[in-house]
Design a protein around this ligand. Sequence first.
Ligand code: P6P
Length: 346
Amino acid sequence: EFEDVCEQTGVTLSRYCIELANRGIIDSDLDSIFNSIREAAKVISKLVNTAPLKQAELLGLEGEVNVQGEDQKKLDVITNDVFKNALRYTGKLGTLASEEEDEPVDASWMGTGETEAIPVLSEEFADTGKYICVFDPLDGSSNVDAGIPVGTIFGVFEEPDPAECELPADLSKGLSEEQQKCLAGTLQPGKSLVAAGYVLYSASTELVLTFGKGVVGFTLDTSIGEFVMTRPSIKIPSRGKIYSANTGNIAEWDEPMRQYIEDIRAGKGESGKPYSLRYIGSMVGDIHRTLLYGGIFAYPADTKNQDGKLRLLYEGAPMSFIMEQAGGKAITGHSRVLDIPPAAWI
Ligand code: P6P
């Protein structure tokens, strides 16, 4: 529908979204949400790239622990505020869910929501509230003090039909009707995503996204302050030479997973050639390399993390949507990641 746009050099992310909206592929609300994601990504890129120059202000620990029990870095909190505020002032979001928030927040009419996680929105910002955004504002942030690539991961759902989203009793206990609606809208399986993407803050700042019609990549051109299209159609190579996993945990994996990694390491895979290990412990960087070069990225379940460490809602599902749209696969060994409904908020 829009290859002609992708073939033009210098297409910016702004122009790309306008063209999609003109073709009816996305609506004006989603265009507005991506405008805010684009601007937030520029701010976070600047923060990450200049952090070592402002160590006292931007690096080190915040002194708090997030909902996952992880020590929050100063940049976790700052980037969460940047991303959250950019999104909520669009007035197009009913709910925001961030790894760095204690619970999903009702980002539309705060007067109806019970949460106080973000200040009350005045009415002029409350608009359609049609979409839900789940995000990890700075994934891999434990690496940021060392200047290792980090990233933002985001996914967008539509508010579900209230009649279709019954929360399990244990999750709805003690929640108001509005909070139940907010949580039910957040706990959707990845196959319900309408858009997903990530921003990689590395040697360059890359924004990769999908609206369910393939995967497109943009690079931040700081000389004009725009994300410019550099990869019109990303397809993962059918075979790679790299596997990416924390083999420090190999003794904790189940036997089939251990054997699989041993086999590809020894060149027993279809290609007959040994795979090399590349792992930076920052999902966005490891996934981006896998998407472009091919191969395998895995965070297998282990004795410490029976369901694996990566969070389904704002790591697994958005990245799986992108991987499948690029012609890859995203599985748990038992099922397709996008089919799994989140069991709980955290
Ligand atoms: P480990 C970062 O904390 C993260 O969520 C992902 O970005 C990364 O892939 C993974 O955890 C690294 O975990 O246990 O290998 O350090």
